[in-house]
Design a protein around this ligand. Structure first.
Ligand code: FES
Length: 116
């Protein structure tokens, strides 16, 4: 194993995320997705609390037509981008699992410290 293996890797370049957009990322075998709402970027596990399956049918499309809510393509559950709470649909009141991330040097990074 070389030193290179220990260097942190960004989740994506910020320019890959439209101002109201989303992107799926694979990180250490985990399916995650990023949501950008203007200056804010949020990171979630790609797993709907309703059936435990991936949210998107089309790659990188995790938002509804307004671009303001996360949507599960299977049964249409809607989630708030800022905290992952389901506000409509079969899993209303449940939440997506959020992970901490930050933007630095034009890239989005997974934080070292994660909520338990
Ligand atoms: S699997 Fe997401 S709403 Fe049913």
């Amino acid at each position: 194993m070389s030193d290179h293996d220990f260097l942190p890797k960004p989740l994506c370049h910020l320019d890959e995320l439209p101002l109201r957009g989303s992107k799926g990322v694979l990180y250490q075998g985990q399916s995650l997705f990023l949501v950008r709402q203007g200056e804010h970027v949020y990171l979630y596990e790609n797993r709907c609390p309703h059936r435990g399956i991936s949210l998107e049918w089309v790659p990188d499309q995790f938002l509804d037509s307004s671009g303001r809510l996360i949507q599960c393509a299977t049964h249409g559950a809607l989630f708030l981008p800022e905290n992952g709470e389901c506000v409509a649909g079969p899993c209303a009141g449940q939440s997506l699992r959020q992970l901490r991330c930050h933007v630095s040097n034009g890239h989005v990074w997974l934080d070292d410290e994660q909520p338990s």
